[in-house]
Design a protein around this ligand. Structure first.
Ligand SMILES: Nc1ncnc2c1ncn2[C@@H]1O[C@H](COP(=O)(O)OP(=O)(O)O)[C@@H](O)[C@H]1O
Ligand SMILES: [Mg+2]
Length: 313
């Protein structure tokens, strides 16, 4: 499998403190391989270093140390070549306020060196891709936050990038709009077969979109894997708590569908499952089938906050 991004021992600090005498180490020895044609997630709380990492991968910032290759090219030596083949879109994107959606896209297409019919074609393609047709003539400052975000994504497809870096693409959007944008991101990855690297502080988003996820905290990758592996390593998942009567020893609880982990205490079993709604009936049937009397069932979701607590231990 070819690698879209290869990072070895990446360090980045910013000057800070009194008269910038101090240094704030923001990325501390990051190692990362990202395969081509996948959606890779960088998940972490605010201040973890997500934007800094994406900025370095997209050649907007230089690293202090480390070997960083994007599409097989060194980010320090070959930034210009890399920039032609990637793009980045930020959740807080800003455009020229008085220009319309189409004018803004045309402006960016010019910056990308596209001319004539090709420019026109790419702008129309980007508009179609993110269903911006009805808003073509709307000035940027009249767009809703969700539409601004779709414009930012459309802009980032103008040069037909091989890698798309998305910095918190649904930040600040209400759930309905976020879902729509997530679906569009997934569609684009499928249709164009590009690599997408996205940052988020939303576990559900990472899980929905990403094949693999790196959990970043205080500039370090604490764990890396599929959503399932991540949840298992930190017991992150939905919780089904069952109060029961009977003997559970005859059941292989770990074999019940969707079970990531479980713990037992007298009369009470706590399952960590990938999805409570999806697994509830199968788990209860498994228990009933073994003659267990279920007295009470509760479900709850683990959230990212709990992961942070888990890691803080
Ligand atoms: N240009 C900068 N100058 C100084 N400090 C910065 C700069 N950019 C980011 N930082 C600091 O680096 C840390 C990580 O920031 P950032 O990469 O934006 O995290 P995230 O995107 O995960 O919220 C924060 O402590 C932030 O204050
Ligand atoms: Mg950020």
């Amino acid at each position: 499998m070819a690698l879209a991004v290869r990072v070895k021992n990446l360090w980045k600090s910013f000057r800070s403190g009194w008269f910038w005498g101090g240094r704030n180490e923001v990325l501390r020895g990051i190692d990362l391989d990202i395969e081509e044609g996948r959606i890779f997630g960088i998940l972490g709380p605010n201040g973890a270093g997500k934007t800094t990492l994406l900025s370095i991968l997209s050649t907007l910032l230089l690293p202090d140390r480390g070997q960083i290759q994007v599409l097989g090219m060194d980010v320090v030596k070959r930034g210009n070549r890399i920039r032609e083949r990637i793009n980045i879109s930020s959740g807080n994107a800003n455009f020229l306020w008085s220009l319309t959606v189409k004018e803004n896209l045309t402006f960016y297409a010019m910056l990308y060196g596209l001319g004539g019919t090709n420019r026109k074609k790419r702008v129309e393609e980007a508009i179609a891709l993110f269903e911006l047709g009805n808003y073509e003539r709307t000035p940027f400052d009249k767009l809703s936050t969700g539409m601004k975000q779709r414009l930012a994504l459309a802009k980032s497809m103008l040069n037909r990038p091989e890698i798309l870096f998305l910095d918190e693409p649904t930040v600040g959007l209400d759930p309905q709009v976020s879902l729509k944008i997530r679906d569009q991101i997934a569609d684009i990855q499928r249709e164009r077969d590009i690599t997408i690297v996205l940052s988020t502080h939303n576990m559900a988003e990472a899980e929905y979109l990403c094949d693999r996820i790196a959990f970043l905290k205080s500039g370090e990758i604490l764990t890396l894997g599929t959503a399932h592996e991540l949840k298992r390593s930190v017991r992150l998942g939905d919780i089904i708590t069952v109060h029961y009567k009977g003997d559970l020893r005859s059941i292989r609880l770990e074999k019940l569908p969707g079970v990531i982990d479980f713990s037992l205490s007298d009369g009470r079993c706590e399952f960590v499952v990938d999805s409570a709604t999806r697994r509830m009936s199968a788990i209860l049937q498994g228990l009933w089938g073994a003659g267990i009397a279920v007295k009470e069932v509760k479900t709850s979701e683990t959230n990212l906050e709990e992961v942070f607590l888990e890691f803080a231990k």
